[in-house]
Design a protein around this ligand. Structure first.
Ligand SMILES: Cc1cc2nc3c(=O)[nH]c(=O)nc-3n(C[C@H](O)[C@H](O)[C@H](O)COP(=O)(O)OP(=O)(O)OC[C@H]3O[C@@H](n4cnc5c(N)ncnc54)[C@H](O)[C@@H]3O)c2cc1C
Length: 392
């Protein structure tokens, strides 16, 4: 098998990562690309693809091998997500879930039994978790959650509602969060794994959202939902930490996926600019088109450097919250501007789904909102610079 050059700015990747990149390219071209427009149009998720990715060992990410994962470095993990996301970042989401929103909190706070029971099956694509943090009244302010839990003997009873929760049409469990005391702030939050068929749990997907249409997102209602105490992840009061563990690895996933999307915008735009003739010359010869291409290249190279910097710091064992904000915010802003330019360069064709950049344009907007909206990250970056926050 020949190795294609990795994208500019990619760190030196080891042989096994390059082999995995080849596998990702093959499966992206052969299995993921063919249905990507239809899945988006029909708002349809292909669970069979998840199993296929699991069989190819592409879901194991940074999860240690003792728990059925691949034990990748964060840098290699990011490279694989970028590669898949050039074709379909929602399959990048699927690849990131066992390491991020579904698995990171479990890995850091879960009991040994929970890790042994759930992580290998997540990595094989046999199980899907939704991660239910956001509530109707608290998106950015996670600690303001109104969903409550109370202990009754060896069970907990959970009441409340979550919204904008992804994968709810296909999930087997909802990893969700509730507070023991609404005035207790972060220290009162607990995390629970709630099986999909638990009485009192209702899942209601939204239809017709702007982007990320190939993954159902919607509401979760919890009315007197009763789960065994063994389903609590972490100790009482560690739920906020579980959520942050998930979100912080999730930010590497979002940055990597946004980069893959931006790279596809650049690749499609340069190819189109070389073939589209307007007034006797390739549009790539027009300096104003070149200017858009230059902005894409500068943005992508910069965002890729920030993303790998964050990944490398995570590999050193650092939490690197400042770098997480920089990478997530900048990569998603670059994706939005690259997708805007890509539609422009494609002219009228850019507005048609067959050219892919229209989908990228819709999805890029969502990247600026999820995993902490970008105004939050913008504030955090400034607060680190001003010394109002200490770099952890
Ligand atoms: C497609 C999709 C999938 C999602 N999947 C999940 C999921 O799987 N699990 C989950 O838990 N959540 C999920 N979410 C929810 C997402 O994480 C939240 O939408 C996000 O955290 C923002 O919360 P909010 O929408 O309540 O915005 P709000 O908190 O209401 O903020 C609205 C706007 O106000 C401004 N703002 C808010 N706070 C500040 C501030 N401190 N400084 C400056 N400006 C500010 C920003 O412009 C922000 O965009 C998903 C959302 C979408 C769109």
């Amino acid at each position: 098998m020949t190795h294609q050059a990795v994208a500019p700015g990619d760190p030196a990747l080891d042989h096994s990562t390059k082999m995995m990149l080849d596998t990702v390219r093959d499966v992206a071209a052969g299995r993921v690309a063919p249905g990507v427009i239809e899945r988006d149009r029909e708002e349809r998720f292909d669970r069979g693809l998840v199993r296929e990715l699991g069989q190819l060992d592409l879901l194991g990410g940074i999860v240690p091998t003792e728990y059925g994962g691949t034990g990748l470095s964060h840098v290699a993990f990011s490279a694989l997500l970028q590669e898949m996301s050039r074709t379909d970042h929602l399959m990048g989401l699927v690849m990131s879930f066992p390491s991020g929103l579904a698995g990171a909190g479990l890995l850091q706070y879960g009991s040994e039994e929970q890790k042994q029971e759930f992580l290998p099956r997540l990595c094989r694509g046999e199980l899907i978790f939704s991660a239910g943090v956001t509530e109707p009244g608290s998106g950015t302010g996670v600690a303001d959650m109104q969903t409550t839990c109370r202990r009754e003997g060896d069970h907990y009873v959970i009441d409340g509602a979550k919204t904008w929760i992804s994968l709810i049409d296909v999930c087997d469990y909802v990893l969700t969060f509730a507070t023991l005391d609404r005035s207790g702030g972060r220290g009162a939050v607990c995390a629970f794994l709630v099986p999909r068929d638990t009485p009192g749990l209702t899942l209601r997907p939204f239809k017709n959202k702007l982007g990320f249409r190939g993954v159902a997102t919607g509401e979760v209602f919890l009315e007197g939902v009763t789960v065994p105490a063994a389903n609590r992840v972490g100790e009482e009061g560690q739920g906020y930490g579980v959520a942050m563990a998930a979100v912080e690895t999730g930010r590497l996933g979002v940055a990597s996926r946004a980069l893959g999307l931006a790279q596809d915008c650049l690749d499609r735009s340069t190819a189109y600019a070389r073939e589209r003739i307007v007034q006797g010359q390739e549009i790539g010869r027009y300096q104003l088109v070149q200017s858009m291409v230059t902005d894409m290249v500068v943005g992508i190279d910069g965002a890729r450097a920030m993303t790998y910097d964050y990944a490398a710091k995570r590999d050193e064992g650092l939490r690197a919250r400042r770098e997480a904000s920089l990478a997530k915010m900048h990569a998603s802003d670059v994706a939005m501007s690259a997708a805007t330019a890509a539609v422009q360069i494609h002219g009228a064709y850019g507005t048609h789904e067959e050219y892919h950049v229209a989908r990228h344009f819709r999805d890029a907007k969502v990247f600026q909102i999820v995993e902490g909206q970008n105004q939050l990250h913008r504030s955090m970056v400034a607060e680190y610079a001003l010394g109002y926050r200490g770099a952890a």
